[in-house]
Ligand binder design. Structure first.
Ligand SMILES: [Zn+2]
Length: 63
């Protein structure tokens, strides 16, 4: 399922960790902040905590 930029509706890479294109991201946050956000989100995804566990109830949270 292809993703689209939430701002300009342009196609965004399905592998992208963000829901907006680079151009809009830089427009919103500035290039430095945008890169920082992408980097931290990629780290989160690599750690498996971006799409898994984020909706778990606290009581069911894994250690
Ligand atoms: Zn965009």
């Amino acid at each position: 399922m292809a993703k689209k930029c939430i701002y300009c509706k342009t196609d965004v890479s399905e592998e992208s960790v963000i829901d907006f294109c680079k151009r809009c991201g830089i427009g919103v946050w500035g290039e430095k902040m945008f890169n920082t956000i992408v980097e931290s989100m990629e780290k989160s995804r690599a750690a498996g905590d971006l799409f898994q566990g984020s909706v778990s109830e606290p009581s069911a949270r894994r250690a």
